[in-house]
Write a protein that binds this ligand. Sequence first.
Ligand code: SAH
Length: 216
Amino acid sequence: MSDPFLVQRIHMVRTQIEARNIVDPLVLQSMREVPRHFFVPDSIIHEAYQDNPLPISNGQTISQPYIVALMAEAARVIPGDNVLEIGAGCGYAAAVLSRIATKVVTIEIIPELSDFAQRNLAKAGIDNVEVVTSDGSVGYPQAAPFDVIIVTAAAPTLPPSLVAQLNINGRLIIPVRKDAFSERLMRVTKLSPDEIQEEYLEAVRFVPLRGKEGFN
Ligand code: SAH
């Protein structure tokens, strides 16, 4: 089937993702396949493959393609994984993760955006993502434990509920607030039921995580 955006998408992966040293072949292939233009408002469809975040609605954004790739690679997502994403927004990152993992649950606190994500995922023909409307700062115990948890909003501190819902060897990727202007992307790996490893990755900028274990 012809896809008018295919050339732009292949170019996006080469110049924005591979050029910045993302090498995970599963992540690169998924981003070559997922139609990012299905996940932005129609009025800005021609900007879908640009090297920046874009406004969606309710004051929220679709993440920059590179950030989606960076988080997916940092999480070391593999086939068979049970993934939780906090902050569905338009559903794009969930779509990218769904092409690699077996099952993705994505949580969104703003009902209009859950609906938007649900519609976009359906348009893209993706059927292994469950969109849930709730406060994701406390995770999703119903479907825990998770091999991977990715939080796409900045937390004030590491939410204990999310750490608790990780499998052994599970990875939590989360931006944690450093000061008023920036966050650091963290990878938390659960080594045993009561032991975690914390690594600091790059400096990033995200909208705040609301809710009980977020900024309230
Ligand atoms: N993952 C998106 C980017 C989302 S932006 C993408 O693929 O582009 C962050 C989202 O997190 C926003 O939609 C915001 O409403 C949502 N959010 C903030 N706090 C939340 C919470 N406690 N639970 C669930 N979603 C939350």
